[in-house]
Design a protein around this ligand. Sequence first.
Ligand code: FAD
Length: 462
Amino acid sequence: MESAGTSSRDQVVAVVGGGLVGALNACFFARRGFQVKVFESREDIRNAEIVRGRSINLALSHRGRQALSRVGMEEKIVSKGIPMHARMIHSLSGKQSPIPYGKKGQYILSVDRANLNKALLTEAESYPNAKINFDHKLEDWSTDTGLMTFLRPDGSKESLKADLIVGCDGAFSTLRKQFLRLSRFNYSQTYIPHGYLELTMPPMAGEFAMKPNFLHIWPRNTFMMIALPNLDKTFTCTLFMPFDEFEKITSGDQVIDFFQTYFPDAIPLIGVDALKRDYFRLPAQAMVSVKCSPYHINKCVLMGDAAHAVVPFYGQGMNAGFEDCIVFDEIMDQCNEDFSAVLPEYTRVRVPDDHTIADLAMYNYVEMRAHVNSKWFRFRKNLDNILHFLLPKTIVTFTRIRYHEALQRWHWQNKVINRGLLVCAAGTVLGGSYLLINKTPKISSIPMEKIWDRLLLLKVWQ
Ligand code: FAD
């Protein structure tokens, strides 16, 4: 492989989408010496006054960090992130209880989306063989000729062919639409009934209003609010709620009543006036889960949300997209950069893993809303942490073990824990009944019923 940025190879790689995954991918391809052309529909966000997009901040974890480190960006990004060592659960009464993510010392990072995107664009542009074309919206791509057509803000159009097209144009990918027209392309998308809305919790007396090194969660069964810290000592709070509940709230007073009922401790921290105002600033945003296969046709490959938009409840969407770049890069080495071999191999390797993280994220959607409320979940979580050294569930967040293998291990771990608990419960029942029968024969029938009820509950939970 040639050294970074010194090659003058002729092959053109067109990266469509200059978001998080597109900008990072541009660095990966530029390092290999391809002529990289990025096409981004938005203006250059480094000059924009308002950066529109998805969440304001994101949780960066091991997979994402590994990808950044491959292009020499890890330290730069990590130094601007805020470590979150645990989840902090806020009960209705305002009590706060931490639930660690993994082993001591392990943490995820809260990073600013816009800053991360800007840093990646600047890094991509530092390669002489990479060029970013802003205000270029992909309008059409012919699967027959390979010709891409871009629309400019003044209405003019530009066309281009490339040796490889990398589709990083997000959850509503224009490139992917062309895949849908071909046979044997599998596709599914699911909108969850929840939307999300972001609110800002300002600093208090110049300091964070809550403990900064946590991902704060207010689980309220069908509603949930989370808050991630920012470098300016604010928190970005994200309220997840079914759309029909969002629609029921139509006035500032109703917002306060709602928060008084479900998130009372957050009211003084966000502020009554800010809550009344900011709740209506933007409409709640939808969340979609997209699965498809294969990830390639002809000379085009999909990566990031264009290939697999996942609901944000495992904090893995961007991390998985960043890991896509590493996996593709590794396969490029294995297949000597022969695209005709690399693309099918990439689909073969990556589809099962990305589909698994989509499923896990959907599972966590339920877990975060409901289970973290229950004593049973907290008990199980502690057990999980104890077993971490043997069979870690947190391998999704803190390792690069393939997602589908992580799922297999996790299923196995759950089976072991549940069976272990069942055996303990059965042992307790048998031991207890033995004592009751032998020591206090008159009352032995009453507790037995209750104990069997408990056992049945355990079984149902499995
Ligand atoms: P995008 O970020 O959507 O970028 C796509 C780019 O393509 C954009 O710049 C867009 O302008 C451009 N584009 C679109 N169409 C065209 C076109 N026709 N022509 C040219 N350009 C085009 N992930 C995590 O890992 N951790 C988290 O904590 C996390 N939190 C999240 C919270 C929320 C509320 C949401 C919604 C998502 C969260 N995610 C998180 C997921 C993460 O945001 C996405 O996985 C990530 O943004 C995907 O990056 P991407 O580059 O593939 O797509």
